[in-house]
Design a protein around this ligand. Structure first.
Ligand code: UDP
Length: 236
């Protein structure tokens, strides 16, 4: 049984790098596109928010002397570059995909509106939502929570390179234990570093569950959408 009709998939820019030091790894992009095609063929409505950390992060820029607002704007533009790349990779898979942006920049992508996004989703087009929230001082995780709520997604699937949320960083601590499910409040109390608090709070206050899962293993998205219990489920 397919558990969701409409999902918001969050992909980090950083994971698009694959094994490269920066930029976009075409192989990783193709693996993502093919997983998204499989999900699209199940008839699931898919909105995607993509990050930009493989190209630029405002906070890192600020530490090197960039003005924070301009640095964040550079970061938001980076998400549009990734969005275009993903859109193109999906189209190469034979999938109809549409890029909407949170900052006006036609003809690169149309300016986001809830109605436009839902209209496309209902036609089984994959909608890529770039430029995060459109405002500095936010992250694409927050953009993802916000857009997920706006387009009335039933869940936010946060694709990462780790297979869920752990008691500690599993890449550093061999004793770290994975949670199958956890509440937003436990994330606050335990100080788990899943995503920024603004994003977590938006999800909590608007009752948008999150599944953190490993998107880098081909087939995982399909497993999750086919009802298999993978990753960590975050809820109220
Ligand atoms: N950004 C922003 N507002 C937003 C979303 C993103 O200013 O609503 C900027 C911010 O500088 C951020 C960068 O875009 O560092 C890239 O996004 P993010 O770091 O979330 O990308 P990811 O970690 O997912 O690759």
């Amino acid at each position: 049984m397919i558990p969701y009709k409409r999902i918001l998939l969050k992909l980090s820019g950083e994971s698009l790098m694959g094994n490269k030091a920066a930029g976009i790894d075409e192989q990783r992009l193709a693996v993502y596109a093919s997983q998204i095609r499989e999900a699209n063929q199940l008839g699931i409505q898919i909105a995607i928010v993509i990050g930009g950390g493989n190209i630029f992060r405002g906070l890192k820029g600020a530490s090197k002397g960039f003005d924070r607002v301009k640095g964040d704007q550079m970061g938001m533009l980076a998400t549009c570059i990734n969005g275009l790349a993903l859109c193109s990779a999906l189209q190469a898979e034979g999938i109809k995909a549409r890029l909407l942006t949170a900052i006006r920049m036609e003809p690169i992508g149309e300016y986001f509106s809830k109605d436009k996004a839902i209209e496309s989703l209902e036609k089984n087009e994959v909608v890529i939502l770039s430029a995060g929230t459109g405002c500095p001082y936010f992250t694409t995780d927050t953009g993802s929570a916000l857009k997920g709520i706006e387009v009335e997604a039933e869940v936010m699937l946060k694709g990462t390179r780790v297979d869920g949320i752990y008691t500690a960083d599993p890449e550093k601590d061999p004793n770290a234990v994975k949670y199958d499910h956890i509440t937003y409040d436990e994330i606050y109390v335990k100080g788990l570093n899943i995503m920024d608090l603004t994003a977590t709070t938006l999800c909590k206050e608007n009752n948008l569950p999150i599944v953190v899962f490993d998107m880098d293993t081909p087939g995982n998205l399909l497993k999750l959408l086919s009802g298999e219990k993978i990753g960590t489920y975050v809820h109220n």
